[in-house]
Ligand binder design. Structure first.
Ligand code: FEO
Length: 170
């Protein structure tokens, strides 16, 4: 049985994961209409992953005799000035999600809820991967600068990531 405190906090995380899914879908849509099909594919895929994260929380909460509640949706930005700005925002968002997961772990430790803590460890590891992946993309964009050819290659690279490959491995 999960505590009311943790039930509320996990429901808040469900909202954050759902928001992440919609945020990346909106970003993918911007990429799709601004000449970056590879980035769009990458972000649509990432949007699906966030929905999977949301579902993990929903199932966990329901399995622990809690009640998952979907909350009102927040407005999303639909315009970006550049791919650079867009991926800077992805990174900032993932850093925000990491802080939120860490706060949940803190709460589990306070409440000595080892089961939920154990469940959250998957997300702790996932956030390391996600931040590192996005940081790598942001670093590549900084290297490219204003080079149009560089953006063409970056878009292909992101398409490869979406297909489950790394450009380094090709
Ligand atoms: Fe569910 Fe990208 O964090």
């Amino acid at each position: 049985m999960i505590s009311k405190n943790l039930e509320t906090a996990l429901n808040e995380q469900i909202k954050i994961e759902e928001h992440s899914s919609r945020l990346y879908m909106a970003m993918a849509s911007w990429c799709e209409t601004n000449g970056f099909p590879g980035a769009a594919r990458f972000l649509y895929e990432h949007s699906d992953e966030e929905r999977m994260h949301m579902l993990k929380f929903v199932h966990f909460l329901n399995d622990r005799n809690g009640k998952s509640v979907l909350q009102a949706l927040d407005e999303l930005p639909s315009e970006y000035n550049s791919l650079e700005e867009l991926f800077d925002k992805v990174l900032a968002h993932e850093q925000y999600v990491t802080r939120s997961i860490n706060n949940l772990v803190d709460l589990c430790l306070q409440e000595k809820d080892h089961t939920t803590n154990n469940f959250l460890q998957w997300f702790v590891m996932e956030q390391i991967e996600e931040e590192s992946l996005v940081q790598g993309i942001v670093d590549k964009i900084k290297l490219i600068g204003a080079s149009k050819g560089g953006y063409f290659h970056l878009d292909n690279y992101l398409d490869g990531l979406a297909a489950g490959e790394t450009a380094e491995g090709e």
